[in-house]
Design a protein around this ligand. Sequence first.
Ligand code: SDX
Length: 429
Amino acid sequence: MSDETVKLKGADIDIDLPLLGGSMGPKVIDVRKLYKETGYFTYDPGYTSTASCESAITYIDGDEGILLYRGYPIEQLAAQSNFMEVCYLLLFGGLPNQAEYDQFVSDITYHTMVHEQLMQFYNGFRRDAHPMAIMVGVVGALAAFYHDSTDISDPHQRRVASYRLIAKMPTLAAMAYKYSNGQPFIYPRNDLNYAANFLQMAFAVPCEEYQTRETLARAMDLVFTLHADHEQNASTSTVRLAGSSGANPFACIAAGIACLWGPAHGGANEACLKMLAEIGTADRIPLYVEKAKDKSDPFRLMGFGHRVYKNFDPRAKVLRTAAHDVLDELGINEPLFEVAMELERIALEDDYFIEKRLYPNVDFYSGVILKALGFPTEMFTVLFALARTAGWISQWNEMISDPVQKIGRPRQLFTGPTQREYVAINKRS
Ligand code: SDX
């Protein structure tokens, strides 16, 4: 932290505010004393220029298209690491040695089962319920089963809750999928790695031996790694805000799932594949590009644009290559992938997208891979939430341990009616 200051000087204000610097990225103007000393608030709907916290977990350079998890480039982690190691990295800040890794994987593996009674929650939903609606419900309900890991003041309970959430999300997600198609729930298997175990819970049936396919498990693991964390995005900020009140971690993650569901955020992967299907063929792309540019039309190119990235989302680059490899290895001719690549080419040559610096984001190609893995579009955001639980719970732990942490309570610019007297109904016009 530096001892630099910036001066804020105006009609009736003259204040020096501390300028704080981190290890990378923009410095911040510390406005914590602004209201107390000047009576003024700052105003930043959407938080386009606001740092909500200090964090050491994930760094994004939107202009350069850089994404680092605890300093490691996402491209290197995607190529050389795996989701379990990334979970450890996000939670504890460094790469594990072999013994630490083996212990962590074992700990997670032995938390993958869920309380048998949780299965009854699913029966309360319609079979056609959106799986994200189910996930919001059942993840929040975990607090009703795991009381021994809801005391957030106890570091041991925080760790147990963190492991339980990372371990049980695949089980709950697979159950949501099985419930939607009427197949029986499949229990986790301790002899499979995290991604392979999830795929077997989603696609195995009791009538025959499930054959794990390493290619598919590796692709699933890669998708999880790429979605694991992303700085202070909307759903992570939701988890932090919920956690700032002292809410238990299961409730906080359920809040994050609810926020992620929105089509402007994690729901974009489902919306993007539906958009590609609606476009259908490359000759119809110009029509949709024009719709996306038309201010009178609410349509946006799903999977395009980003609050932070004004260059290529590095995850989209990795996912485009992975989508090609998965389709190639599975021998699938997916016309939507061709449409996606052609849409990317046309949009990136269009002045509107160039001027507004709109590029494909993480949601643009992920749906092609998830469809190739056998998931229906409604499951796509569930898979995003499954992976992002690692980031959410890491950010939650960081927030709880932050010495300056206090309940989040934004203020407002009030533009409503000034004070007025109540009028009895028989005296109103
Ligand atoms: C995720 O924050 C994160 O890190 C999120 C995420 C993560 O890992 O957690 O990266 C995951 O949510 C990725 C984004 C997924 N969403 C989509 O793909 C939905 C489509 N994208 C847009 O809705 C939009 O780009 C956002 C929501 C992603 C970003 O919105 P911003 O930063 O608020 O930008 P904006 O809406 O102010 O857009 C700036 C301009 C606007 O035009 P003008 O008002 O300046 O004339 O660009 C236009 C927008 O109309 N624009 C688009 C567009 N995205 C922005 N125009 C057409 N198609 C688009 N996709």
